[in-house]
Design a protein around this ligand. Structure first.
Ligand code: CTP
Ligand code: CA
Length: 221
C-alpha cells in the first residue's frame, strides 16, 4: 500500500523550526548564551518531517545530528537567526523552539585581557524573532512559540501569547532539573484554553505537537 494522507498529513506543507541557543560574542573567545541543548527543537523538526512536511530547521550552536529529511541551516547569533527565518519564508507553520539570547554586546575585535577591573558589558536588546514573524505580512498560518518557565507557568505563557501575537505557546515547566534532559512537562496554551500534557520524553512531546499542527493545518483543531 502506498503512503496515504493519514501517514503523511503534512505532505506539501513547509514548516519552519528554530532550535538551540544563540551565542552572542563578547570577543573572539567568549560569548553570552542561553541554556539549551536543542533536543526538543530537533525532535520537533524530525517529527514534522516524519509526517511528510518539508522542514527548514534553523539551528543555533548545538552538537546534534540533523534529523532525517530536514533541511538544516546553522547560525550563531540571534540577528543571524532572525535573518535566516525571514529568508526561509513563506511557510505554512513556524515552531520557534530556540532559546534566543535576549541581549547582545558590541564585541571586541581582540581578546579582552584580564586587568585590574573586570570589564562592564553594555547589553543591547536582540530582535524578537517570534513577535516579528507573528506580525509579518507573509506570516505563516500557524505560529507556535515556546516558553520555558520556572514559576506561574501558564500565567506567563498566556501573557506571552498576547504580547507576541502568536497562535499557540507551548509552555515548558523547567522548575525541576529538565534543562538538557530527555523529557518535558508542557502545557499547550491557545487563545481558547490550556491543555496539560503528561510528562513525556522529548520525542513523544514532538510527535504529539506535530500531529496537533497537522490537525490544525487541515482545519480540524
Ligand atoms: N523568542 C524569539 N526571539 C527572541 C526571544 C524569544 O523568537 N529575541 C521566542 C523563543 O524562541 C520562544 C518565545 O519567543 O518561542 C519565548 O521566549 P522567551 O525567552 O520565553 O520570551 P521573552 O519574551 O524573551 O521573555 P523572558 O523575559 O521570559 O525571557
Ligand atoms: Ca527570553
Amino acid at each position: 500500500r502506498s503512503p496515504g494522507p493519514t501517514d503523511r498529513p503534512l505532505a506539501g506543507r513547509h514548516v519552519l523550526v528554530t532550535a538551540g541557543p544563540t551565542h552572542e560574542p563578547i570577543d573572539p573567545v567568549r560569548y553570552l548564551a542561553n541554556r539549551s541543548s536543542g533536543k526538543q527543537g530537533f525532535a520537533i523538526a524530525g517529527a514534522l518531517a516524519g509526517l511528510g512536511a518539508r522542514v527548514t530547521l534553523i539551528a543555533g550552536p548545538v552538537t546534534l545530528p540533523t534529523p532525517p529529511g530536514v533541511d538544516r541551516y546553522d547560525v550563531e547569533t540571534a540577528r543571524q537567526m532572525a535573518d535566516s527565518v525571514a529568508a526561509a519564508l513563506p511557510a505554512d507553520a513556524a515552531v520557534m523552539v530556540a532559546a534566543v539570547a535576549d541581549w547582545h554586546v558590541a564585541p571586541a575585535t581582540q581578546k579582552v585581557k584580564k586587568g585590574a577591573a573586570p570589564p562592564a558589558l553594555v547589553l543591547h536588546e536582540n530582535p524578537d524573532i517570534l513577535a516579528t514573524l507573528s506580525r509579518a505580512p507573509d506570516r505563516p498560518a500557524l505560529v507556535v512559540g515556546f516558553a520555558a518557565e520556572t514559576e506561574r507557568v501558564v500565567d506567563h505563557a498566556r501573557a506571552k501569547l498576547a504580547r507576541k501575537g502568536c497562535d499557540w505557546i507551548v509552555a515548558n515547566d523547567v522548575s525541576g532539573d529538565v534543562m538538557g534532559g530527555d523529557s518535558n512537562t508542557v502545557h499547550l496554551v491557545t487563545p481558547t484554553g490550556v491543555e496539560d500534557w503528561p510528562r513525556a520524553g522529548k520525542g513523544e512531546v514532538a510527535r504529539r505537537l506535530a500531529l496537533r499542527i497537522a490537525e490544525r493545518l487541515r482545519g480540524e483543531a
